[in-house]
Design a protein around this ligand. Structure first.
Ligand code: SF4
Length: 65
């Protein structure tokens, strides 16, 4: 299991997370990140981890549990 949290104050709306994990992340009308759902399978979890790594503002935290 992973738990995903986002810091909307840090998010700069770059959209890299949505490109990396479109099932997990979306952006609101201002471009700020939204978490759609926690990934239920390993490919989804890996995509979420990648999104956390590539986010230019380090706004995504993926906690393993
Ligand atoms: S990649 Fe980071 S900065 Fe860009 S929209 Fe996602 S959370 Fe925000």
């Amino acid at each position: 299991m992973v738990h995903i949290s986002v810091d909307t104050e840090r998010c700069v709306g770059a959209g890299q997370c949505v490109l990396s994990a479109p099932d997990v992340f979306d952006q609101d009308d201002s471009g700020i990140v939204l978490v759609l759902e926690e990934p239920a399978d390993e490919p989804g979890r890996e995509a979420a981890r990648q999104a956390g790594l590539i986010c230019p503002s380090q706004a995504i935290t993926v906690k393993e549990s």
